[in-house]
Design a protein around this ligand. Structure first.
Ligand code: AMP
Length: 369
């Protein structure tokens, strides 16, 4: 393990995963005179383009992981499905930030919801479902509609299935649709809208949340993030930030993370936050911070994992911000976006555009009228 402390300019951050999140962490690190070493099993990784060093190896290649961790000053990751054995090898050879507990808690929907509920924070009601009989019992307990989700490896709506009120289902067939994997059934949350808190926690326990943002999904993929969330009350914004602060402290978290929340409208018009999921990493709904906040989520993550003071997470004065993902062929509009005054274009360097693939994003700042 490296003994160079404190971590300063010239040091190297190891990043597990080579997608656009790692790429944007790498760009932010370069801004502070740091280097990144990217570990990815995919030769076409977008983050390889901005990395001073690369390891092309599988996530279960123990020798490659050990050599990678030995070569860097701190290791971080850009996705939550880092296998437990991988995290253990990394922790034995380097400082891992966020820690392995953050991974094991958030990569399993059942463990994650139990953890959140233990803090006294609301989630959808849920039941563990391992068999068709469990599914029938859980549907009786929670009612319909309900959402069946695999406990692990779900993203962008994959690994989940809505069970509607009117539908007659064969529980065994539904379990087979999800590969007979261990699942949870969640009661349907009748939310008014979906929001997220992107926040950071430093080595010293300092906490800084970016402004709450509202997220619009299309085909289960984030399409647009808006900040500030229109019509959001200060009380709801404060409560959401407080939820993130308590989750971060309970995980002894270091780095940037996101808490995705449903807002449920109450009879008195107030909005009640319900936690949907925690992402132990920089998050798509935080991309707006590159231009829209005084410190971007990527710079903030770099600061946190290096043990540096957190930056100012305030929104750039007086501006409302909209971030639009460029999915698949939408990125072909890049020439028009380059010509649009005030549009900040980000392309991830992915060679092949496929339907549903995140190719880039564009951020627009507008003065609030
Ligand atoms: P997830 O993968 O858990 O983020 O779920 C993907 C999307 O499905 C969410 O953004 C919601 O729009 C919807 N969804 C997931 N779980 C529930 C739930 N328990 N109640 C209502 N909608 C849900």
């Amino acid at each position: 393990m490296s003994t160079r402390t404190p971590i300063g300019p010239g040091a190297t951050i190891g990043i597990v995963g080579g997608g656009q999140l790692a790429r944007m962490i790498g760009l932010a690190a370069a801004n502070y005179g740091l280097k990144v070493h990217v570990f990815s099993p995919d030769a076409d990784s977008p983050a390889f383009d901005v990395a001073a060093a690369r390891t092309l190896a599988a996530y279960d290649d123990a020798d490659a992981l050990a050599a990678f961790a030995d070569a860097v000053d701190v290791v971080t990751y850009e996705f939550e499905n880092v296998p437990r054995e991988t995290a253990e090898i990394l922790e034995a050879h380097a400082i891992l930030r966020p820690n392995a507990t953050a991974l094991s808690t958030t990569q399993d929907r059942l463990v994650e919801k139990e953890f959140v509920n233990r803090l006294g924070i609301a989630t959808a009601p849920f039941r563990a479902v391992d068999t068709a009989a469990d599914l029938s019992a859980a549907l009786d307990a929670l009612g319909r509609p309900a959402v069946l989700k695999t406990r692990r490896f779900g993203y962008d709506g994959k690994g989940q299935r809505m069970i509607r009120a009117s539908e007659t289902i064969d529980p065994a067939a539904v379990m087979a649709e999800l590969g007979d994997a261990p699942c949870i059934l969640e009661g349907f949350v009748p939310f008014a809208r979906e929001v997220s808190v992107v926040a950071a926690r430093g080595v010293d326990g300092a906490f800084a949340a970016f402004d709450l943002c509202e997220n619009e999904h299309r085909d289960h993929i984030l399409a647009v993030t808006r900040v500030p969330a229109p019509g959001l009350s200060d009380a709801t914004a404060r409560e959401a930030a407080r939820i993130a602060e308590r989750i971060g402290a309970a995980l002894d978290y270091v780095g940037v993370f996101a808490v995705e929340l449903f807002l449920v409208r109450e009879a008195d018009g107030s909005e009640r936050p319900v936690v949907n999921e925690i992402a132990p990493r920089v998050h798509n709904s935080g991309h707006w911070t590159i231009e829209g906040a005084l410190t971007s989520q990527f710079a903030q993550h770099v600061r946190a994992v290096c043990g540096w003071p957190l930056g100012d997470a305030s929104r750039t004065g007086g501006m409302a911000v909209e971030m639009e993902n460029l999915i698949g062929a939408e990125a072909d509009a890049w020439p028009a976006l380059l010509s649009e005054p005030g549009a900040h274009l980000h392309l991830y360097g992915k060679g092949e555009s496929r339907p549903g693939r995140k190719m880039g994003h564009v951020t627009r700042l507008v003065p609030r009228g």
